[in-house]
Write a new protein. Structure first.
Length: 388
């Protein structure tokens, strides 16, 4: 009898129409695990998750596999060497239109053997809202059209970085409206509106004499240096891909203040940037600082670089708010109590007396400033007159 009840219950579930089954299954869907780990030290393990409810359900029967498969492949992840096999499977299974995010991993040891233009093939079939790439600095540089200087890479020992690009809306056609084969960089391949870059840590470089003379292996070093030059290269100054960006999130553990300046030079090219987020210190609980301080570094140097870096950032935020479109700035390092006490006077001195309002938790929002002849009372009066 118990066995018969189990069969009956299983049959009842599978007898439901697809619409109801999909509604039930949607409650098992969850965001990709990488989203919660983008600010941590770059590692290919950020894609790992202990939640396998959707996958386990798909294994129970062929009927449920059919219904769960589109949601199962909403977020895909693979090593770059397997990208063609994945694209072939998705295309043959009519799943390409269901992919909304993709994570691609490139192992440091295979950097020189991999094709930096892999995205041309991938974006011919897919139109994801979000692409995340975990790869060596030189590989990310090639994807973004920047020649990375690697002469000082030995000092940083940063094998991986994280690049993430997002577009606001998906407009999937077959093939997509913008053929990626005509684009020279991943940044140009879609109308990306958000860029996240985790540059990894510069901490190991502090163990070397005159560490501040070393150049971080980063495509932002290239962009920032070119942006600083006057006149700027035509391709850089008129880049519609940079102008389309409205959000930029930057993570770099203990970068040198002169490198932060290069990053800010590049940010100036993002003419329509509305949101800027910065993290320059390790995440809470990260023991890297304690381990590295056993070396020859002066333990005060990294923190001094952060303080100077945030001073530069504060002035840039003020300028971008006055001359550009910036309306929100987030200092993620406010989450660390001791660091908050050090950064607060710096940022409040720069932004506290201007048109920026602080929520006390590290987020500044640009205040709405009305012209003298257009105060809130005047606006209300105009509206009432128009209605009348």
């Amino acid at each position: 009898m118990p066995h018969a009840i189990m069969v009956s219950q299983g049959s009842s579930l599978e007898a439901l129409p697809n619409e109801l089954l999909d509604e039930i299954i949607s409650n098992l869907s969850c965001p990709p695990p990488s989203l919660a780990k983008l600010h941590q030290p770059p590692d290919t393990n950020i894609v790992k998750s202990s939640t396998r409810d959707l996958k386990n359900l798909s294994r129970t029967s062929s009927r449920l596999l059919e219904v769960t498969r589109p949601r199962l492949f909403t977020h895909v992840c693979c090593d770059l060497q397997d990208i063609d096999e994945l694209l072939s499977f998705l295309s043959a299974s009519s799943l390409t239109q269901h992919v909304t995010s993709a994570v691609v991993k490139v192992q440091p040891s295979s950097d020189d053997r991999e094709d930096p233009f892999w995205w041309r093939r991938a974006l011919f079939y897919l139109d994801p809202q979000r692409i995340t790439v975990i790869a060596p600095p030189s590989f990310i540089g090639k994807m973004m059209g920047a020649q990375i200087f690697e002469g000082h890479s030995w000092a940083f020992e940063a094998p991986l970085q994280i690049l993430q690009l997002e577009q606001g809306t998906r407009s999937f056609d077959s093939p997509p409206r913008s053929h990626p084969g005509k684009c020279s960089t991943l940044l140009e391949a879609r109308s990306w509106s958000s860029l996240l870059f985790n540059e990894s840590s510069s901490l190991k470089a502090y163990n070397h004499y005159e560490y501040f003379l070393f150049q971080v292996p980063s495509f932002f070093s290239t962009w920032g240096s070119l942006a600083y030059d006057k006149p700027r290269p035509q391709k850089l100054t008129s880049s519609p891909a940079l102008s389309r960006l409205t959000s930029f999130r930057y993570t770099a553990v203990f970068p040198f203040y002169n490198h932060v300046k290069l990053v800010l030079n590049a940010v100036e090219l993002m003419e329509n940037l509305r949101s800027l987020s910065v993290q320059l210190a390790p995440c809470e609980g990260d023991k890297a600082t304690e381990l590295e301080q056993r070396g020859s570094m002066d333990p005060s140097d990294p923190w001094m670089e952060i303080a100077t870096g945030y001073s530069l950032i504060g002035h840039s935020v003020s300028d971008l708010g006055s001359k550009g479109s910036l309306t929100e700035f987030c200092a993620r390092d406010y989450a660390l109590g001791p660091l908050r006490a050090e950064l607060s006077p710096i940022l409040e001195d720069i932004l506290g007396r201007s048109e920026w309002a602080h929520d006390g938790q590290g987020i500044w929002t640009k205040k709405t400033i009305y012209p003298a002849a257009c105060t809130p009372t005047a606006v209300e009066s105009i509206v009432q007159t128009a209605v009348a």
